[in-house]
Write a protein that binds this ligand. Structure first.
Ligand SMILES: CC(C)(COP(=O)(O)OP(=O)(O)OC[C@H]1O[C@@H](n2cnc3c(N)ncnc32)[C@H](O)[C@@H]1OP(=O)(O)O)[C@@H](O)C(=O)NCCC(=O)NCCS
Length: 180
């Protein structure tokens, strides 16, 4: 059930540090919620990973942050890339790649579902025809994506990861961006 105390808001460039923290969580998706995290630098030193957030606020960036009592507790963000400089889930220059994470203590309360629904609504609003992402095959986040309508389009068995795409060309969604 959704957590009524959590509200969604748009991001600003000032959220870059929080987005890096959430990127770090996504990069460490397989750690138990109460396990210590490696230093953030491990994530930021990997340029293919850090590029999902570097210079946040460039044209085309869009995101939603979940806040509880004014403290950010999760985010879902979308970024456009180019054919020669992109993330792991790239499919086309006009299809944004999605990232998502919720702070460990706030997981399994429906916040990820709300963040994803709002990011999808923003993408529709911006006129995008699809959203793509990369996810490890064993990451339970796949269930979240499948429920939202994402479908696997490519699998890299060696990397144990897959690319998923949400087709936005069907019926317009009922969801409004930043709806609570
Ligand atoms: C993926 C993530 C954003 C989901 O956020 P959340 O707020 O926990 O999501 P919800 O509470 O809306 O859960 C949605 C569904 O996802 C699935 N799910 C999410 N995390 C799960 C977990 N650890 N184990 C099993 N199922 C999980 C469940 O099916 C869940 O539905 P349910 O609670 O009704 O069973 C969060 O677990 C997270 O931050 N994970 C680490 C970062 C990450 O993996 N990002 C994605 C990288 S591709």
């Amino acid at each position: 059930m959704a957590d009524a105390a959590v509200r969604l808001r748009p991001t600003t460039p000032a959220d870059q540090a929080f987005l890096y923290a959430m990127l770090h969580e996504a990069n460490n998706w397989d750690l138990p919620v109460d396990a210590p995290r490696p230093p953030l630098a491990v994530t930021l030193d990997d340029e293919v990973v850090s590029r999902y957030v570097d210079g946040w606020g460039r044209p085309g960036d869009c995101a939603v942050v979940a806040e509880a009592g004014g403290t950010p507790v999760g985010a879902c963000w979308l970024r456009l890339f180019t054919a020669d400089h992109h993330g792991w889930g790239f499919v086309a220059a006009d299809v944004p790649e999605l990232g998502i994470a919720v702070a460990p203590a706030w997981r399994r309360r429906g916040i990820g579902t709300r963040l994803l629904a709002d990011a999808v609504a923003q993408a529709r609003h911006a006129g995008h025809l699809a959203i793509s992402l990369d996810v490890m095959l064993e990451n339970p986040a796949r269930v979240l994506y499948e429920r939202a309508g994402f479908r696997e389009v490519a699998t890299d068995e060696e990397a144990a990861a897959c690319t998923m795409v949400l087709d936005l060309t069907g019926q317009p969604g009922a969801h409004q961006p930043f709806g609570t």
